[in-house]
Write a protein that binds this ligand. Structure first.
Ligand SMILES: [Zn+2]
Length: 302
């Protein structure tokens, strides 16, 4: 499993002195950058790293990390500077291979994310916490030793913690492709259909002004089980009615790999492969099916 770090960004934070706002790259002009934004842009994931804006002669715009600030991104930030030394590579490999998250940890991470979003909304988290989009679960296990076969016997250690990082669905773009993340956002509409071979295609289309981003339920979600497939379809119908007809407000938190849709460059699907990997308005899909409707949200957190 290769870890590729992108250098170009589409989103960043702008601190105007009183509050921090999200900025999309196409909504900044070169002149504005020089007079307003310069030195006031930082990483969207709350890292210390400063961000700069570039507009090429062909008008193409992008954000990137300020020179030498690459290491100021959090270690699991998509924009963290790539390790170049041997030990660094081993460290990354260890993180990727030895740290696997299980379903219970994912479920706990989704619940914690909602809790944190609520706290943040009520202003109970100070600014520096507020910026971090990380959800960290401690497995309770001791440090894992990296590179036992280190020739120099260096034995560098990395903490064996599960790091499930999260991203607001409205900020998803190609940077997050092929990454497993906790994604949170609002559902705009629900879509489902059957293929000729009666495969169910179910999507929760999320709010994103620039790309099409959807929660997708692959076959593994219902394990090819006809009964479970029917249950999923019924649940999608409940959601469709509640969201599109009853205009119920929703917050979805889910976990899965973000993949671009085949042949469609700017369409992204979050592959939710297990019922434990999704909560809508803090309800499991099974609870929604049993109750026949979504709980009404009495808060607004995104
Ligand atoms: Zn960062």
């Amino acid at each position: 499993m290769g870890i590729v770090y992108k250098t170009k960004m589409e989103w960043c934070f702008y601190n105007d002195g009183t509050k921090i706002v999200k900025k999309y790259v196409d909504n900044i002009e070169k002149e504005e950058y020089d007079y307003i934004y310069k030195r006031k842009l930082t990483c969207i994931h709350g890292c210390e790293a400063k961000v700069k804006f570039t507009q090429k002669k062909n008008k193409k715009k992008f954000f990137s990390t300020w020179n030498k600030d690459g290491k100021k991104h959090n270690e699991n930030c998509e924009y963290h500077v790539q390790y170049t030394d041997e030990l660094g590579r081993k460290k990354l490999k260890a993180i990727a291979e030895h740290i696997q998250v299980n379903d219970e940890q994912i479920e706990a991470a989704l619940k914690r994310k909602i809790k944190n979003l609520k706290k943040e909304f009520r202003g109970e988290i100070n600014e520096s916490d507020n910026l971090g989009s990380k959800v960290i679960i401690n497995t309770g296990e001791s440090d894992v030793k990296v590179g036992n076969d280190d020739a120099d016997g260096n034995g560098d250690k990395v903490s064996k913690r599960e790091n499930i990082t999260s991203i607001d669905a409205s900020l998803i773009n190609s940077t997050y492709e092929n990454r497993r993340k906790c994604v949170y956002g609002r559902i705009d509409n629900v879509q489902y259909s059957h293929s000729e071979s009666s495969e169910l295609y179910g999507y929760l289309n999320l709010v994103n002004d620039y790309y099409k981003v959807s929660v997708y339920f692959p076959t593994s979600y219902y394990e090819g089980n006809e009964f479970k497939k029917e249950e999923l379809e019924k649940t999608l119908e409940i959601l469709k009615t509640d969201i599109e007809k009853n205009n119920k407000k929703t917050i979805v938190t889910c976990y899965g790999e973000i993949k671009s849709k085949k042949g469609k460059k700017n369409d992204y699907n979050i592959h939710v492969i297990n019922p434990k990997h999704i909560l809508i308005n803090e309800m499991s899909m099974n609870k929604i099916l049993t109750k026949g409707e979504l709980e009404v949200l009495d808060y607004d957190i995104i």
